[in-house]
Design a protein. Structure first.
Length: 145
């Protein structure tokens, strides 16, 4: 949180214990910080820059990546069964979660883009062509998404 410091009342920095002479103060965990002193407790990356996001838990100040690494939940990819780290971007189809690279037709490996139509059959994702071919051969009808 960014606050304006009243003139004549300088706050002490929780990171370095020196007075904060800047006009603007950074506040996290009810303490004040210099821009350069507000850092992730794990990786030491700077969190005081405009646009930075920080997370607090168990009296720790963390960047997004470390917060998710420590407290986020992970799962397995529905296509390759490998672990998906909590900080990684994913694609979802109903209850299934996929690595971005694994989000493809499981018969022809055609990768899907945002907005592409895909079908689910027995927890397999299929492109429209493979779905229609299977429908004609086997008469199955997976759910369209």
């Amino acid at each position: 949180m960014l606050s304006v410091q009243p003139k004549g009342k300088q706050k002490g920095c929780a990171g370095c214990n020196r007075k904060i002479k800047d006009r603007y103060l950074l506040k996290a965990l009810d303490k004040y910080w210099h821009e350069d002193c507000l850092k992730c407790a794990c990786c030491d990356c700077r969190l005081g820059e405009v646009g930075s996001t920080l997370y607090t838990k168990a009296n720790l100040i963390l960047c997004r990546r470390d917060y998710l690494r420590l407290f986020g939940t992970t799962g397995n990819c529905a296509a390759c069964s490998k672990l998906i780290p909590a900080f990684e971007m994913v694609m979802r189809a109903r209850d299934n979660v996929y690595h971005l690279d694994c989000f493809a037709c499981q018969l022809c490996n055609q990768r899907f883009c945002v907005g592409d139509k895909f079908f689910l059959k027995n927890n397999m994702i299929l492109c429209q062509t493979d779905y229609e071919e299977g429908l004609m051969k086997e008469g199955y009808a997976p759910q369209v998404r």
